[in-house]
Design a protein around this ligand. Sequence first.
Ligand code: DC
Length: 228
Amino acid sequence: MSKKIIIAIDGFSSCGKSTLAKALATKLEYVFIDTGAMYRAIALYFLRNQIAFDDQVAIQNALQNIQLHFAYNPVTLKSDMYLNGENVELLIREMKVSSKVSEVAAIGLVRDFAVAQQQAMGAQKGIVMDGRDIGTVVFPNAELKIFVTADPAIRANRRYLELQATNPAITMEEVADNLQHRDLIDSTREHSPLKQAADALVLDNSHITREAQFELALNWAKERISLA
Ligand code: DC
C-alpha cells in the first residue's frame, strides 16, 4: 500500500481552496481539514462572549473554554464545525463572523491554540489541510504544498454568488470590501502572515475549470505519494 502524505493548501480568501482540498481528500480517502473554520468558530465564541481582542488574559481564559471538533454530516456529505458541542457550520459563514475573523486569527495566543490542534490532527498523515500558514508554519515538511491564487475580481464574484444564496440582500461592494480587508490583514499580520512557501506549487485558477484544477492537483499528489 502506498504511503500517506500531508497536502497543505494555502492561499487568499475565496480562491476555491476548500473545494479543491475537499475533492482531493475524497478521491485519496484522506481527511479534509478546513482550518479557516476553526478560526471562525473561535471568532464566534469571542463575539458571543464579548472578549476584547486586545485583552490577553481574557483571551487566554476564553481559549480554555473552547472545544473544537469536526463531525461528518451525512446530508451535506462534508464535515461540519462544532464549537463546544454545537454545530456552528452555518453561523460561522455569516458576515458578522467574516468581518471579524481576520482580527481574531491575527492574535498570537489564538494561533498557538489552533496550530497545536492542527498539528495533532496531521500526526498520522493522510490529510489535506487548507488555510493560510499550513505549508509555512503548521506543516513546513508537508510532502505537497499548493498555493492557490485567483484574480481578485473573479474571487469577489464567486464569493458574491455563493453568499447570495443565503443572503439575497448582500451587495457586491460589501463582498469585495470584506475580501480586500481580510487579504490585507492576513498577509500583513505579525504572526504567521499568509505567504507562499518557497517550495509550494502555484495554482492560479482564474481561468481554469474546477475539473481542470482538480486534475492538475491530483497529478501532483499522485507524484508526491509515489515518492513518499
Ligand atoms: O479560509 P477562511 O476564509 O474561512 O478563513 C477565515 C479567516 O481565518 C481568514 O481571515 C484567514 C484566517 N486563517 C488563518 O489565519 N490561518 C489559517 N490557517 C486559516 C484561516
